[in-house]
Design a protein around this ligand. Structure first.
Ligand code: FAD
Ligand code: UDP
Length: 375
């Protein structure tokens, strides 16, 4: 009998597995894909030595020193600091919106204090923003919203920004300084060997069965473990009883060029709605320290689309949140099953938040049960 059967080899499942094993628990992990790492899976391109993130670019960032120290047990990180440019109406601007963006867009030469005053004059007072559009306008005004946010958001989410939650846009800072680093977080970087080696270390010594879908033999898996740790989509677990939650997914179009540098930066966003992709990734810029195997670069265009079977981004519309509440109520009655991670909690988590959640859960159940067993 296993103590834990873990469903999913993403950060939630792998960190939980590592901690449970450390607490001398008997663990089995199953994963339906043919690799570990969940959506963070990466590989080195054999022709160029460029590290490719199969499911979209992943930049590690956290404000939390404990999580930074923890992840550094499993990888060395380079000094990459994320910067993004955006193309709007054929001109290139830094993003998040900062002093340069404001000055360039309005053809002005404002100081930081003047820019703060200027933004205030552009902002329409919205007492309590209830959706992404209202929140964005309350932060940057309608003109910057229409140029940099509206089109991108419609492409990314396939919905009117008035149907989307406020907190999607508060992920991005708005600055009146010239700081153009994407994240405010103190700790950031890229794992020098890519993400997959982190998962190899987390899962070292743990039995892992790939290409194994929990739902093909649900009763069997439940019969061989005391507790199931489920990290797949919550609606799938309950056979979509209350309806499907909406997810955005992404199609990736990869192109190779025999150039050294295609766009001079790792991420170029495209704000205009007419351009069908949201951004172009040039992954070699994540690892400036890497020696190339050959002259050449790779770019990846991202085309978001709706697909609940390949879940990447939880849409979290009002209708989704109503459905989610029903699943969460039912989940509480489910014996010996715990739900965690971006898919099972239907939360727009970054990696560090998932790691923190997995550590919290492991601390609560794997380690405390172990201590009880010791007595
Ligand atoms: P996942 O990584 O999705 O892992 C869940 C695993 O469970 C999957 O491998 C899945 O195959 C498996 N599974 C599901 N159902 C079953 C089943 N029935 N049987 C067996 N296995 C099953 N975060 C950042 O911090 N920085 C970034 O720059 C960043 N960029 C991102 C870009 C994109 C395009 C996306 C989609 C996400 C990004 N994230 C980023 C978020 C990050 O990917 C997640 O926070 C993290 O991967 C979530 O880990 P998880 O374990 O919860 O889920
Ligand atoms: N966003 C935007 N324009 C951009 C970049 C982001 O309007 O050029 C909005 C968009 O709604 C997006 C949200 O900000 O979904 C969060 O962006 P972030 O870069 O955090 O998304 P992720 O890294 O998760 O893809």
């Amino acid at each position: 009998m296993f103590d834990f059967l873990i469903v999913g080899a993403g950060f939630f499942g792998a960190v939980f597995a590592y901690e449970a094993r450390k607490a001398l628990k008997k663990v089995l992990l199953i994963e339906k894909r043919d690799h570990i790492g969940g959506n963070c899976y990466s590989y080195d391109d054999s022709e160029t030595n460029i590290n490719i993130h199969k499911y979209g670019p992943h930049i590690f960032h956290t404000p939390d020193k404990n999580i930074w120290d923890y992840i550094n047990i499993f990888a060395d990180f380079n000094k990459y600091q994320h910067r993004v440019l955006t193309t709007a109406d054929d001109k290139i601007y830094p993003l998040p919106i900062n002093l340069t963006t404001i000055n360039q867009f309005y053809n002005l030469n404002l100081t930081p204090d003047e820019a703060a005053e200027f933004l205030k004059s552009k902002i329409s007072a919205v007492a309590k923003p209830t959706n992404l559009e209202e929140k964005a306008i309350s932060l940057v005004g309608r003109e910057l919203y229409e140029s940099f946010i509206k089109g991108y958001t419609i492409k990314q989410w396939g919905r009117d920004p008035r149907e989307l939650p406020v907190d999607v846009i508060t992920r991005l800072p708005v600055r009146t300084s010239n700081n153009d680093i994407y994240y405010d977080d103190k700790y950031q970087g890229m794992p020098t060997g890519g993400y997959t080696p982190i998962f190899e270390k987390l899962l070292n010594g743990i039995s892992v069965e790939l290409k194994t879908d929990f739902f093909d033999k649900r009763d069997y898996w439940k019969s061989i473990a005391k507790t199931i740790v489920y990290t797949g989509p919550i609606d799938r677990y309950f056979d979509y009883h209350f309806g499907k939650l909406s997810w955005r997914s992404c199609r990736f179009e990869i192109e190779r060029f025999s150039l050294n540098d295609y766009q001079g930066i790792s991420v170029m966003n495209f704000a205009d709605q007419e351009i069908p992709y949201t951004r172009i990734i040039e992954p070699k810029h994540f690892y400036p320290e890497r020696a190339p195997l050959s002259r050449g670069t790779i770019i990846i265009r991202e085309y978001p689309y709706e697909n609940s079977d390949e879940p990447y981004y939880p849409v979290s519309s009002k209708a989704d949140l109503k459905i989610l509440a029903k699943y969460q109520k039912t989940q509480k009655k489910e014996k010996n099953v715990v739900f965690g991670g971006r898919l099972a909690e239907y939360k727009y988590y970054d990696m560090y938040q998932v790691i923190a959640k997995a550590l919290q859960l492991a601390g609560k159940i794997a380690i405390s049960k172990h201590r009880k067993g010791e007595k």
